[in-house]
Design a protein around this ligand. Structure first.
Ligand code: PBG
Ligand code: ZN
Length: 337
């Protein structure tokens, strides 16, 4: 007797045309609302600096950023994540230039708000691009993190970005208590209902940040970030971190990087289904996909579609990716994504 498949075990009847397949895949749709674009801004207003470790990505001075973003906004860009990069401004122990009047993000915010009234603007909040030692907090004399001093300084920087026009502040430093400290200062200064906090909740000490540290000139001058970023194999800390950040008032949560951490994405989303879940496809992931496509391993559009859809399936609401301009272009061309 040949084996016959039971009626309820037939899956092919569910997927024999594209509409049927789509009904099983609605959670995976990619629209402009599901994308956030990270942007590096430099001091020199007329500069365009291609980043060799991130092929296709440049740092922009504010004037050149307008030329670049005009087109991306026209293609449907909804939100950006700003990173300041300094070169000639001095770096010191307290990251004074993280929010001085010369900081490129502080200077760009009012202009971006004016140029793009419908664009939602998030700012990465961290000290590492501005500290002399390249660490994400304020240090004690023995090189360890001074948590209290760090969150006091980080919350000041977040407030400065809020005052300059940020809709969202996104602390990436991983200090304990920084969400609460930021919320408190925002509320005290009447930004309680005007500025959201996106927490880099589960940010791992990862090998995939290499090109970014080059791009943001933020590599630590000694040691590593393992005492504040999460250990790769920790299965329990991400949910504890999310619990901490939600208790302190985080509006949105993030997991970063993502391809090596998709289980974490799902675990955190399942634990906090009522908070929009962001994932950051980081610089090393961008470069890896770029070079694989260049070498003919796969077609970039087809592979990227598979990767981004799978992030949505795993629970990502918003994907932060350097590929955003390209994806928006594809969406304009009505390519299925
Ligand atoms: C800084 C920061 C990093 C990234 C975002 N904010 C790097 C780091 O922690 O060293 C990584 C982004 C990327 O790799 O694309 N705190
Ligand atoms: Zn940092």
């Amino acid at each position: 007797m040949p084996f016959t498949v039971e009626k309820k075990h037939i899956l092919h009847s569910s997927i024999f045309n594209q509409t049927l397949r789509d009904w099983h895949s609605l959670k995976c749709d990619i629209t402009p609302k599901n994308l956030m674009y990270p942007v590096f801004i430099v001091e020199d207003d007329d500069a365009v600096q291609p980043i060799s470790s991130l092929p296709g990505v440049s740092r922009f001075g504010i004037n050149k950023l307008k030329e670049h973003l005009d087109n991306v906004v026209r293609n449907g860009l909804q939100s950006v994540l700003l990173f300041g990069v300094i070169d000639s401004l001095p770096k010191d122990e307290f990251a004074s230039n993280a929010d001085s009047s010369k900081n490129p993000v502080i200077r760009a915010l009012p202009l971006l708000r004016k140029w793009y009234p419908n664009l939602t603007i998030a700012c990465d909040v961290c000290l590492c691009p501005y500290t002399s030692h390249g660490h994400c907090g304020v240090l004690n004399s023995d090189g360890s993190i001074n948590n209290a001093a760090s969150i006091d300084r980080i919350s000041d920087v977040a407030l400065s970005y809020a005052k300059a026009g940020a809709h969202i502040v996104a602390p990436s430093d991983m200090m304990d208590g920084r969400i609460g400290a930021i919320k408190e200062k925002l509320i005290k200064n009447d930004f309680g209902n005007k500025v959201a906090v996106l927490s880099y909740t589960a940010k791992f000490a990862s090998n995939f940040y290499g090109p970014f540290r080059d791009a943001a000139k933020s590599a630590p001058t000694f040691g590593d970030r393992k005492c504040y970023q999460l250990p790769t194999c920790s299965a329990g800390l991400p949910v504890r971190a999310a619990h901490r950040d939600v208790q302190e008032g985080a509006d949105m949560l993030m997991v970063k990087p993502v391809m090596a951490y998709m289980d974490v994405l799902k675990t955190v989303k399942d634990a906090y289904p009522n908070h929009p879940m962001f994932v950051y496809q980081v610089s090393g992931e961008y470069a890896m996909i770029y070079w694989a496509a260049q070498k003919g391993v796969f077609d970039l559009r087809v592979a990227l579609t598979e990767i981004l859809s799978s992030l949505r399936r795993a629970g990502a609401d918003v994907i932060i990716t350097y590929y955003t301009p390209l994806i928006l272009e594809w969406l304009q061309l009505k390519h299925k994504l």
